[in-house]
Design a protein around this ligand. Structure first.
Ligand code: CU
Length: 76
């Protein structure tokens, strides 16, 4: 296990329901350890196991909602 943290800037979140949808897109997915989705900051901080996933895959989970899109992937 190789724990890393990434910040993803997300476009399209308008309310707590959006936060829930984004959270659910990440929760319990392969390699995701913890996710904190913030409406005000329009981002998600994700702890992940770099042995199991990567930042592109994590962004893909959010983009696959079809509603929200990741604008930037930043190291934390
Ligand atoms: Cu919403």
């Amino acid at each position: 296990m190789k724990k890393e943290i990434v910040k993803l800037e997300i476009e399209g979140m308008m309310c707590d329901g959006c936060v829930r949808t984004v959270t659910n897109s990440l929760k319990d997915e392969k390699g995701i350890i913890r996710q904190k989705v913030d409406l005000e900051q329009a981002n998600a901080i994700v702890d992940y196991d770099a042995d199991l996933t990567n930042t592109e895959e994590i962004a893909g989970l959010i983009n696959s909602t079809g509603i929200y899109s990741v604008k930037r992937i930043l190291p934390v």
